[in-house]
Design a protein. Sequence first.
Length: 271
Amino acid sequence: MARHRATVFFLVPTQWQRLLALPDAARAAADWSSVRCAILAGAPVAPETKARIAAWLGPDRLWEFYGSSETGTVTVIGPRDHAAHPGSVGRPPAGVSLRVLDDAGAPVAAGEVGEVHVRSAAVMAGYLADDGTLSRPGERDGHVSVGDLGRVDADGWLTLVDRKHDTIISGGLNVYPAEIERVLAEHPDVAGAVCFGVPDDEWGQRVAAVIAPRPGATLDDAALQAFLRPRLAGYKLPRAVAYCTLDELPVGGSGKALRRAARARFAAALR
């Protein structure tokens, strides 16, 4: 009896974006018959992008994990739950305690944004200081945070909002760059984007975006704004934009947006 190998592989969002940017013929020729599980992790991914990956792989293959080096795996979402919970990174597996807390350390209501804290056997002992001591900054009742903001619905599904220190405050309102990046990713001609705040004399900060068009596509500022307006509140719209290639887009190896690098590198090109 012939044996069939079952393939499990892990790709970060940047790698998936490059695969999705391949010509249609190249993607159509891919043979996924041996793949039993494809794991997506490392950075937030727009629901539209996850849908494209799942459609290409076929049913019951795409899994997404959320976690960090400090916490281990925090949540998991399987292939049958992506459509019902778009944008969610899943629920905690057995043995993981997840809390979303306000700045005072109190739990926020279901659906409200707070800082994600986690406790499990995989959580780090602490950060090692030069004097040999260990510390876990921001620890709350044994739960540690790596600075992610998120919200949990009434059924326990976690949706990440952004990194706490990346929040833009414009006219006294909080703007989360990752939300804008996810909406930009829905545009058929956008291969990737990094959003961040820049100083503004009137509003304190305004939203800026560095955008990589898909190969062969041309993006028009006016058309891009027309696409975004029905999908974002007015104060969240990018007011300064620069363009680059996908290879030039300031993201880390795992696909995480490098917002400080984007601000430093593209400030002069923003218009």
